[in-house]
Ligand binder design. Structure first.
Ligand code: FES
Length: 177
């Protein structure tokens, strides 16, 4: 599902368009260009892919073909709370894929996607270096070890509650109470 660009992203897309001028219209520049786009926008939205294809005079599907070959490129905006589910060997044998499925089901998105409100994104990752805690998931910067399907809902709920509390505090500040 494509998400509409935010006003900030529309601005960033203009920067991308002006930076493209510095790249020769040569196919060998495709990877450096995609890296520049991702640095600027944090992912590769269809609008940027179109610009790149036009700049290099190639088809958009060719740009997608190359970009999807590399793990470094994202096609969805990173969520405010990125979730990384480890599927390295130790986590995999201890049910890492079941943890991933639980996050996917609860949030209604697949790995590699972002929720429509851009709050959460899910990513599959290889070993994150703490196999003794397998299965592991990382939410924001926090490592959650010995994950179990029953913990998934609680972790997501905690984030929702924190968000609600922040919003309430903000409203209170704004109303000067
Ligand atoms: S395999 Fe998941 S932390 Fe090593």
């Amino acid at each position: 599902m494509n998400q509409e660009l935010t006003p900030e992203e529309k601005e960033a897309l203009k920067h991308v368009a002006s930076k493209l001028e510095f790249y020769e219209e040569q196919r060998r520049n495709l990877i450096p260009i995609l890296q520049m786009v991702q640095e600027t926008l944090a992912y590769l939205p269809p609008e940027a892919i179109k610009l790149v294809a036009e700049h290099l005079a190639i088809f958009e599907c060719e740009v997608y073909g190359v970009a999807t070959f590399y793990n470094q490129f994202r096609f969805h905006p990173p969520g405010k709370h990125p979730i990384k589910a480890c599927l390295g060997t130790a986590c995999h044998v201890r049910g890492g894929d079941i943890i991933l499925e639980n996050f996917e089901r609860k949030l209604g998105i697949h790995a590699g996607e972002t929720t429509p409100d851009r709050e959460f994104s899910i990513e599959k990752v290889a070993c994150v270096g703490c196999c003794a805690l397998a299965p592991v998931a990382i939410i924001d910067e926090t490592v959650h070890g010995h994950m179990a399907p029953s913990k998934v809902e609680g972790l997501l709920m905690r984030i929702e509650i924190e968000k609600e509390m922040e919003e309430r505090a903000k409203k209170k500040d704004e109303s000067g109470q």
